[in-house]
Write a new protein. Structure first.
Length: 172
């Protein structure tokens, strides 16, 4: 029994973690809020359980095996659907030093049942660009030791849907 993660859909309301909730026509059915992924002779992702926003005619066992989604009443781009792991812990550790991430878009998005840890030791860190987005949908820990930190850009946003715990050490 694996949950499904819908990500990257232009109809952003359907992005999220869908929980397996029974079967329909011999294949698993998944729900997220009022949204549904189900098999009705084709795989469909339905907005509010009624409007088909994306579909696939691929006859595969679960929606994460679909390779081609098509837009019906949804917005572009079409989503990706992946199986959520039951539990996943990821750690990114930055040793002392200088780090820089630059570009027109800088995005960190986490979904699913994950615990993510970003640990930055003493040093200088910079995230710059015209868009800098941080979206957290589970457990996330940001640990920064002594150093200098800057997050700059024309658009800077942070969205949290579960637990967010910033840990900052002595710095500038």
């Amino acid at each position: 029994m694996a949950d499904m993660i819908v990500a990257g859909a232009g109809t952003t309301a359907v992005n999220g973690t869908y929980v397996e909730n029974g079967t329909l026509n011999g294949k698993p059915k998944y729900t997220y809020s009022t949204h549904i992924i189900q098999w009705d002779g084709r795989w469909v992702i339905s907005y509010n359980g009624a409007t088909t926003v994306y579909k696939s005619n691929e006859n595969v066992a679960t929606p994460d095996l679909v390779t081609t989604w098509a837009k019906v009443y949804g917005a572009s781009p079409v989503p990706t659907v992946t199986a959520a792991s039951s539990s996943q812990n990821l750690t990114l550790t930055c040793a002392a030093g200088s780090y820089s991430l630059t570009g027109t878009n800088a995005t960190l998005t986490t979904t699913g049942k994950q615990n993510l840890t970003l640990a930055c030791n003493a040093g200088t860190y910079s995230l710059t660009g015209t868009n800098a987005d941080l979206t957290v949908q589970r457990n996330y820990t940001l640990t920064c030791e002594a150093g200098s930190y800057a997050l700059t850009g024309t658009t800077v946003s942070s969205g949290t849907q579960k637990h967010f715990l910033p840990l900052l050490g002595v710095g500038k």
